[in-house]
Design a protein around this ligand. Structure first.
Ligand code: ZN
Length: 88
């Protein structure tokens, strides 16, 4: 599994969790993907070109602080998509 996939999975998981509390925001595929993409783009890139780096990044992703960072960015994404939905 690549780091990119790990990050995408973690962000998707957080977004799904936040949707339970943000029922005011549209959850169609377009809006959901916008939120996920925005969050991924705002996150500080994490490079891991060695096996050790991979392990460290995996551990880091499970940390509360990293999750909190994703949640903070995703919250902004929810507000943006609510104000400017791109769906038809
Ligand atoms: Zn929508």
């Amino acid at each position: 599994m690549t780091i990119e996939n790990l990050l995408v999975d973690t962000v998707k998981e957080v977004v799904e969790e936040l949707y339970k509390e943000r029922k005011d925001v549209c959850s169609c595929e377009t809006c959901k993907n916008d939120i996920i993409t925005y969050t991924l783009n705002q996150l500080r890139p994490r490079y891991a070109d060695s096996e050790l780096g991979r392990v460290i990044t995996k551990v880091e992703m499970n940390q509360r602080q990293f999750r909190a960072e994703i949640i903070a960015i995703a919250m902004k994404a929810f507000d943006l998509v609510k104000q400017h939905p791109r769906h038809e």
